[in-house]
Design a protein around this ligand. Sequence first.
Ligand SMILES: [Fe+2]
Length: 307
Amino acid sequence: MYFRYLNFFNSKINKSILRTPGVEFLKKNKDVEKRSKYLNFWINRCKKNSGLKFFFFDEQIKTDSFTYASSNDFKISSTMFDSLGYYGLLIIKNALPQNELFKIISYFDDLAKLENHNNWLTKPSKVIGRTDTELNTGKVDIDQFPYLKSYSDQASTRIFNKKIKPNVDMHYLKIINNSEDPIRGETYLHSDRFIPHFKMFYTPYAISENDAPFEYALQSHKINLNYIEFFKQSVFFDETDQTSRNLYNEKIKVTTEPNTLYIAFTNGLHRRSDFKSKSERCMMFFQYVERFNKLNYLFPRNNENII
Ligand SMILES: [Fe+2]
């Protein structure tokens, strides 16, 4: 009981005073000088973390692709990490062995029907207040999925220099109208926060052009002069801000085969495409923001063992 209260208390603190810096300060302060000071302070702290420096500041040699088949040992190779650093995106096809894939499908069966036959942290429920789409969500503990946990540990250790346990949300999203209105922070191309940031995604099913695939502006994660200018000048921090166009040359839609995992740097510009027809999409989201917080950005550690 004591530990449950302690976890609840830690979670509350991580979500409030230790919350990772986002664009809230920039939205409140339109003054370019103030914004500039704030951005420089946090960006200079990030540069001191050798993992963040490699992926978000250094130039990488261009790799042929950002899409790979999984290796026999289900490890993320150094070439895959180089591609992630170059493009801001890494796609791994056929990512999980069959037994873990089937386990995940049984969770999505629960989610679509709002049933509870599996070991959920937060039981499936419907998000209320949406008009064009129907969204069922539930939370799970990554410790139940050893291969997903291994990918996640490899990624967080390499990117943050620290193994971070993510929060894992499962989403079953279904279009209920023939089209949908654009949603800021979702179907507009946007940045989640100015500070280096990543999310991992997994889907057990194919996602076609019609099923609202994730779209990413390649290389928009790199922190350079255009990047800083975008955050200094933006109003909405999305594609409706003119300077967003300077952050990338090419956008790609992550259409997937079944059993695909991908990692994206979501300080770069991204969105969920809008549905093109009546369709549905199943996705697991792995988020690190709660446990890699303000203190981790302020006081970087550089010597964590790489897995
Ligand atoms: Fe986002």
